[in-house]
Design a protein around this ligand. Structure first.
Ligand code: NDP
Length: 334
């Protein structure tokens, strides 16, 4: 029987390429958890996902009701079969918005979708996953949340959760930023990514030992071509991939980024909880899996996986715990 893996935001970019990588192995049945069912079905066809290797299910992360409905639908779909793998990948990035947008529940959109939505989802699935053997949860991180790297530290603005004043006030409209300060779209994304990475540390600290679940975060490299940058100006979208490729060397193709995230789910060496995975060196010219789904092994020229260090902003244990407790309150988890 195939293992079940839920991937949020599987209808585009990294989520779609990871779906492709995992489906190709023949070992996984992918639940594509997407806000737009029609789009997800269309792209699944376009990339040629094998029949019976995936199921599309509705998940709108900007609505806690939709998240709860998804969990119920998933339970009905899989019946007694446990969920073994969960990838929290979906995200929005809204750097040019002058005003905040709000989720159905009244959370600022980037924090609401990227962090709070996934926070609720993971918590609701925890019981079920703890019954599975060899379960893994990966929440996609980012160097933008990492103030000790070039991408995260030097590029303005920096992530900064302050003392979580915004969450203390309930995190609801008109409160837009977690630090309680005025709205700043680019920073809201970075703050949400720091929360994603803190969530992994907290999950690991709280549940890894008792449940055997492996929790991890990863930075796929800069996939400069995805729709994530859809709100950036046209010239930026043209120049940025080339810049990342030739100047910073951080560029990675969508396909390889998908192989990387799939590796965190599938590779026996990623069987350690609480790790923030990254890859050294250049991108590969060929995928980690061949067309017939067999791993190519170490033959490729691409980056080697390693356990990356997290920034002080992420490893602050006191703030991390506060973030966890307040997130629970904000999404009304008891
Ligand atoms: P994309 O914009 O291509 O993909 C984002 C996905 O999230 C889409 O499938 C989108 O759905 C989905 N999504 C957005 N809002 C919601 C919502 N409200 N409910 C459900 N799903 C939603 O971006 P990427 O593939 O680049 O990003 C994927 C992950 O990788 C993110 O976590 C991002 O932070 C991370 N990342 C990306 C980097 C990069 O260089 N691109 C670098 C570091 C990290 P739809 O298809 O309907 O639009």
């Amino acid at each position: 029987l195939k293992k079940l893996v839920v991937i949020t935001g599987a209808s585009s970019g990294l989520g779609l390429s990871t779906t492709t990588s995992l489906a190709k192995t023949g070992k996984y049945h992918v639940i594509m958890a997407c806000r737009n069912i029609e789009k997800a079905k269309r792209v699944a066809k376009e990339v040629g996902l094998p029949e019976n290797s995936f199921t599309v299910m509705k998940l709108e992360l900007a609505s806690t009701q939709s998240i709860r409905d998804f969990v119920a639908n998933l339970k009905a779909f899989k019946s007694a079969r446990p969920l073994t793998h969960l990838i929290c990948n979906a995200a929005v990035y809204r750097p040019t918005d002058p005003e905040p947008a709000w989720t159905d529940d009244g959370f600022e959109m980037s924090m609401g979708v990227n962090h709070l939505g996934h926070f609720l989802l993971v918590n609701l699935l925890m019981d079920d996953m703890s019954r599975a053997k060899g379960a893994r949860v990966c929440i996609v991180g980012s160097i933008t949340g990492n103030t000790n790297t070039v991408g995260g530290g030097l590029v303005y603005p920096q992530a900064n959760l302050g003392n979580l004043e915004g969450f203390e006030q309930g995190g609801l409209e008109p409160v837009s930023m977690i630090d309680g300060k005025p709205f700043f779209g680019a920073k809201a994304y970075k703050d949400s990514k720091v929360c994603n990475m803190m969530t992994v540390s907290e999950l690991s600290r709280r549940y890894a030992e008792d449940t055997g679940i492996v929790f991890s975060s990863m930075y796929p490299g800069c996939i400069a071509e995805t729709a994530l940058f859809r709100e950036k100006r046209q010239w930026f979208r043209k120049i940025f991939p080339a810049f990342m490729k030739y100047v910073t060397g951080g560029y990675v193709s969508e396909a390889e980024a998908g192989d990387r995230l799939a590796q965190v789910i599938d590779d026996p060496q990623c069987d350690k909880s609480g790790v923030y995975w990254s890859w050294n060196g250049g991108a590969q010219s060929v995928g980690r899996w061949s067309e017939d789904g067999k791993p190519r092994g170490a033959g490729g020229s691409g980056g080697e996986i390693f356990e990356n260090e997290q920034s002080d902003a992420v490893t602050d244990a006191i703030k991390s715990k506060k973030m966890w407790d307040l997130s629970k309150k904000v999404v009304k988890l008891t």
